[in-house]
Design a protein around this ligand. Structure first.
Ligand SMILES: Nc1ncnc2c1ncn2[C@@H]1O[C@H](COP(=O)(O)OP(=O)(O)OP(=O)(O)O)[C@@H](O)[C@H]1O
Ligand SMILES: CC(C)(CO)[C@@H](O)C(=O)NCCC(=O)O
Ligand SMILES: [K+]
Length: 232
């Protein structure tokens, strides 16, 4: 059984992987005796990750940190400085490339930040964008203006705003939708896939027909990374 850990900027997520199945994992109750390997990725600092890795090492369980490389199989990274690309972005790309081979894709991970990455059907990552996540967009405006205010109950909608919270929330949503539309212009095919992940992935997916939401995209990427990295 594999323990997969994804450390983001706001939270640590862990799952167990066994025989192609992913199941949730409570970090206070990890079945250490059944774990054969720990595979992890980290874009933020985490005391909890340190503790988990110490526990694993105490039990002689191998731990592998996923890293970005210029290539993995026939997947190629757009960054010259591969170490600067967020590992969560690379893992989401690895998942897209593995789950939907030879398919051009736009991969959107919408959480604290929203990242949009473009992959062509040859496995070349063309690059991408980093936007503030929907909550960061609205918070930065309410925090830096006198009169822009939010309302917890106001949903994000693809409509013109006729009051302040609607203007604020809908502005953040359409900025994000517009960026995804711009990403499509970088692929010269109509047959591209649009894949969403992250806390706001499902909301955004609802605005694009024929798109996919996969909340486990980054976790699956950890597992694929481990299998592909072992081979090379
Ligand atoms: N149903 C939901 N479940 C979890 N988060 C949600 C949901 N709906 C909206 N969100 C928002 O999504 C964000 C969290 O998403 P996600 O867990 O993908 O973040 P993240 O950027 O991966 O975090 P981290 O930086 O810890 O990895 C928060 O801003 C949260 O308010
Ligand atoms: C953009 C985030 C914060 C998204 O989680 C992460 O992928 C990251 O820290 N990236 C580093 C910068 C970059 O990807 O170019
Ligand atoms: K993340």
């Amino acid at each position: 059984m594999r323990l997969l850990i994804d450390v983001g900027n706001t939270s640590l997520k862990a799952v167990l992987w066994q025989d192609g199945q992913i199941q949730p994992c409570d970090t206070n109750n990890i079945p250490w005796l059944q774990i054969t390997v720990v595979v992890y990725a980290c874009v933020g600092r985490s005391e909890l990750l340190k503790q988990l890795l110490e526990k694993a090492q105490a039990q002689n369980i191998d731990c592998f940190e996923a890293t970005v490389s210029h290539e993995l199989g026939t997947l190629h990274c757009a960054y010259q400085q591969v170490g600067n690309l967020g590992i969560d972005r690379w893992l989401a790309l690895i998942s897209g490339y593995t789950l939907y081979p030879n398919t051009a894709a736009i991969v959107v991970d919408a959480g604290t930040a929203t990242t949009i990455d473009v992959l062509n059907n040859d496995g070349q990552h063309l690059g991408g964008w980093i936007l503030p996540g929907l909550d960061l967009m609205t918070a930065s405006l309410t925090q830096n203006t006198q009169r822009v205010f939010d309302d917890e109950n106001t949903p994000f909608a693809n409509e013109l705003g006729k009051n302040t919270p609607n203007g604020l929330k809908n502005g953040a949503l359409v900025a994000t939708i517009g960026a995804i539309e711009q990403a499509k212009l970088h692929l010269n095919t109509k047959n591209s896939l649009l894949i969403f992940a992250g806390g706001y992935g499902q909301l955004l997916q609802g605005y694009f027909s024929d798109s996919i939401f996969d909340p486990m995209l980054v976790m699956k990427g950890l597992n694929y990374w481990y299998e592909l990295a072992k081979k090379s």
